[in-house]
Write a protein that binds this ligand. Structure first.
Ligand code: ZN
Length: 286
């Protein structure tokens, strides 16, 4: 993301291809190494496990990939982001929007209901089928492909839900998206934060009991996260590729700790910006 060379990468520990539990060294599995860029804070798998086709991971029945609750129709879905977009771009009417990783089409539907002219890209045929089936997405506006062959300088708004952390080369994907955006257009991203407090506590516990493992990422098991990001990683990437951070927010999310601990740890995470998820808005240069 920042373009630094590997002299600035530091070793964090190993990551197994399944749930690690309290003593990962007692578990059987394959591990890869997790590293951190000391220049921008990006956390990544190195080596990067590669699959032959995206379908190996994501062409599974939608019902197996998402929690059942995700299929429920909730009217407020993506409303916060739509209001946020309008605050950041108050003069754009009937914005052309693109949803990358459209999944079962919930976000496309919300955008379309809010008056956006919306297109989507979804590489998983089984997810796209569900989008057309249950959210009545127009198949002509939903491409079942990887991110390519999209017109340049065309969209006002691109949303990249929970996508970037799954891609091998997030920096080149952001560059592609910037090409599709009009000048001053906005990208909305939501990614796992490299500063998640609970992850740091688990890593500290592993260290104290002499385990060489870390809990970051899931390079070889669902949900297949290959990266965790910092605000700095986008800031430095933007300096290289002509965009700036228009806004951001950290979401606390789940802590995966015993519920009684949540009442005091969640406010700490809120106050120290160490929540699980980072939402960031990038504005393309003129
Ligand atoms: Zn970096």
């Amino acid at each position: 993301m920042c373009g630094s060379n590997c002299d600035l990468f530091s070793l964090m520990g190993s990551r197994l291809n399944n749930s690690q539990g309290f003593r990962p060294s007692k578990k059987i599995g394959v591990s890869t190494t997790v590293m951190k860029c000391e220049n921008c804070g990006l956390i990544f798998s190195n080596p990067m496990p590669k699959i032959d086709t995206l379908g190996d991971h994501y062409d599974v029945p939608a019902i197996d990939y998402w929690n059942k609750l995700y299929f429920k129709k909730n009217s407020g879905y993506f409303e916060e982001q739509i209001d946020w977009y309008r605050n950041l771009s108050p003069n754009i009417k009937c914005a052309k929007a693109l949803d990358i990783g459209a999944g079962i089409g919930k976000c496309m539907k919300a955008l379309s209901n809010a008056g956006f002219e919306v297109s989507g890209i979804e590489p998983s045929p089984s997810f796209a089928k569900k989008a057309i089936e249950i959210n009545l997405i127009d198949p002509d506006h939903l491409k079942i492909c990887s991110v390519e062959e999209v017109p340049e300088d065309y969209f006002d708004f691109v949303t990249f839900g929970a996508v970037l952390e799954h891609l091998y080369d997030p920096s080149s994907s952001i560059q592609k998206v910037m090409k599709w955006l009009k000048p001053s257009g906005l990208v909305h991203l939501e990614v796992p934060s490299a500063s998640w407090l609970v992850g740091k506590l688990v890593n500290l516990t592993y260290k104290l009991i002499g385990q060489r493992y870390v809990t970051n990422l899931s390079p070889m098991h669902p949900p297949y996260h290959l990266y965790e990001f910092t605000l700095e990683s986008f800031k430095k990437n933007g300096e290289r590729f002509n965009y700036e951070i228009a806004d951001h927010k950290f979401y606390v999310g789940d802590t995966f700790l015993p519920i009684p601990l949540d009442w005091f740890i969640k406010p700490i995470m809120q106050g120290t910006k160490s929540g699980m998820q980072l939402a960031v808005w990038l504005r393309k240069g003129k």
